[in-house]
Design a protein around this ligand. Structure first.
Ligand code: SF4
Length: 330
């Protein structure tokens, strides 16, 4: 497998291109209101090829969810470019943007909270069809049943309310709704983290199966490297608004080069990882994104940091045929 300069597989057409994207939020409360910024995403670049599963991993507050909102154009970039099928999203407005949004759908973390408690499953899944497709009531009902069957539910669930179903069943309904407009891209934001471990595996297998059947592209976001590795072709590791590692999923998981990736892996309960004793233990918490450390942003927690790490920011560069890392010492 060969990779291009920013990590995408060479020869594959990117469905999504993220180019030096930045998102800074102005602080709105307290005595620093208007004077300081939250550097949520700060110069991130990667491609996602059609049919690929791209995992984005990092601790809470690293910018991965903000990045997903930028890709969906739910918020505007401060700088940089997001492209979908070669179209610059910042240039799209009105009907063009609405048309394009049908190609990109989001599945949230909290399956029960993401569904309206006052709607039955039929109305929840039919909602995007009502808004965007001209169909009779009967056609819509048949379409909803078909979507429910694709996610392992059926006609018997049509009249249920979210509170009458389990978390796993609610997540299946949310996935069915996301599939209703036949999108090309699903952004899955921690889709399994609110579920029991046994149900997590079922949902991951379902997502994998759906992607193969429908040739979908996923951006899969999680704080848990083992979950991301389970489903992803490639993984991007984020720390404080920056991409610090990127590469083939197996390679990142089994032979992580970047100290932060090693630390993420070291915090997982994985008895079968042979090199676990070599992994570093992550201490302390992520610094504030309003005041990121100079140089390498990870230097305040990195066990092998040197003087240069405090002065110079490392670039994301290719260190192996299928792995990129931003670190002076690799
Ligand atoms: Fe650690 Fe320095 Fe590498 Fe940053 S650049 S990860 S501080 S060794």
């Amino acid at each position: 497998m060969s990779f291009s300069a920013n990590g995408a597989e060479a020869g594959k057409r990117p469905l999504v291109r993220v180019e030096d994207v930045k998102k800074y939020f102005r602080l709105s409360g307290g005595w620093l209101a208007g004077k300081k910024y939250v550097y949520a995403v700060d110069g991130v670049s990667f491609d996602v090829a059609e049919g690929e599963v791209f995992g984005l991993v990092g601790e809470s507050g690293c910018g991965k969810t903000t990045l997903s909102r930028l890709i969906l154009k739910l918020i505007d970039v401060t700088d940089g470019v997001v492209q979908f099928e070669g179209q610059d999203l910042s240039a799209l407005k009105g009907n063009d943007l609405r048309q394009l949004r049908q190609q990109m759908q989001l599945v949230f973390q909290n399956p029960i909270g993401s569904l309206s408690p006052r709607q039955r499953v039929l109305d929840i899944v039919a909602e995007p069809l009502k808004t965007h497709r001209h169909m009779s009531k009967e056609e819509r009902r048949a379409n909803v049943i078909d979507l429910l069957e694709q996610v392992g539910l059926g006609e018997q669930h049509l009249d249920r309310f979210p509170h009458e179903m389990s978390g796993g069943q609610c997540q299946r309904v949310a996935i069915a709704r996301a599939l209703a407009l036949e999108p090309k891209l699903l952004i899955l934001d921690e889709p399994t983290s609110a579920l029991d471990v046994s149900v997590q595996a079922q949902i991951l297998n379902l997502l994998d199966d759906i992607r193969r059947r429908l040739n979908l592209t996923y951006i899969f976001i999680s704080h848990d490297l083992s979950v991301v590795q389970h489903i992803s072709d490639r993984i991007g590791v984020m720390y404080l608004g920056k991409l610090v590692a990127l590469g083939d999923s197996e390679r990142i998981f089994n032979h992580p080069s970047h100290p932060y990736t090693q630390a993420l892996l070291g915090s997982l309960p994985l008895p079968d990882v042979s090199h676990k004793q070599e992994l570093v233990v992550l201490e302390g918490s992520v610094p504030s994104p309003t005041n990121p450390p100079p140089g390498c942003r990870f230097h305040t927690r990195c066990p092998i940091a040197q003087a240069i790490c405090q002065e110079k920011e490392p670039e994301l560069r290719q260190i192996e045929p299928d792995q990129f890392a931003a670190c002076h010492l690799i």
